[in-house]
Design a protein. Structure first.
Length: 195
């Protein structure tokens, strides 16, 4: 819940009524949003571990597209309520016929490492298919479109550019887009990373 006051009783009442957290507008910041997202992610990880016996993807965290959609619902609500920006970054991996990048898992590990080194801790990375990765991004006004060139540059530095397609879809506040719809838009717009 987002409150105008720092009143403890208001926060306690909000939690009693079902709120997961209560944050005062007076102290709301990017740091508090990141903290809230991290808490929501941890709660979801625990829930998913309970539901699927702990079979989260060791490489990316959320095990599949459904798990990412749950995260996306939280992030889309936050973006709509706070005016923050939301986007989905999509990456498709195509293995080489031979050589260093012929091993799909090695290429996925490399690209996942690039994403973890390039993106922020609050961005949510997930494997959404055997050769597909997606990242849910949230920003407080920093240009999310600028993520695309940074990720492409980092992938080029690995030497794997010829085997990675990247797309980005931005959420339009007030629209009824779901994370899956954004993912489909990013997938449709995915282009090869120029070397």
């Amino acid at each position: 819940a987002l409150s105008r006051t720092d009143d403890f009783e208001v926060a306690l009442d909000a939690v009693r009524e079902g709120a997961e957290e209560c944050v005062s507008k007076a102290t709301f910041s990017v740091h508090s949003l990141v903290w809230l997202v991290a808490l929501a992610l941890e709660r979801h990880r625990r829930l998913m571990a309970d539901l699927d016996g702990g079979h989260a993807d060791p490489l990316t965290g959320p095990a599949n597209r459904s798990a990412l959609e749950v995260f996306g619902r939280y992030l889309l609500r936050l973006a709509d309520r706070t005016g923050m920006e939301m986007a989905v970054l999509y990456l498709r991996i195509e293995t080489a016929p031979r050589g260093r990048w012929a091993d799909r898992e090695a290429l996925l590990v490399e690209v996942s490492g690039v994403l973890e080194g390039t993106l922020r801790r609050c961005d949510v990375l997930s494997r959404v298919g055997p050769t597909e990765l997606a990242v849910a991004l949230v920003s407080d006004g920093h240009d999310l479109v600028g993520v695309l060139p940074r990720v492409r540059k980092a992938i080029v530095a690995t030497g794997a550019a010829a085997y990675v397609h990247v797309g980005l879809a931005l959420h339009c506040p007030g629209h009824t887009q779901t994370l899956n719809e954004l993912l489909d838009l990013a997938r449709a717009g995915a282009d090869p990373v120029p070397a």
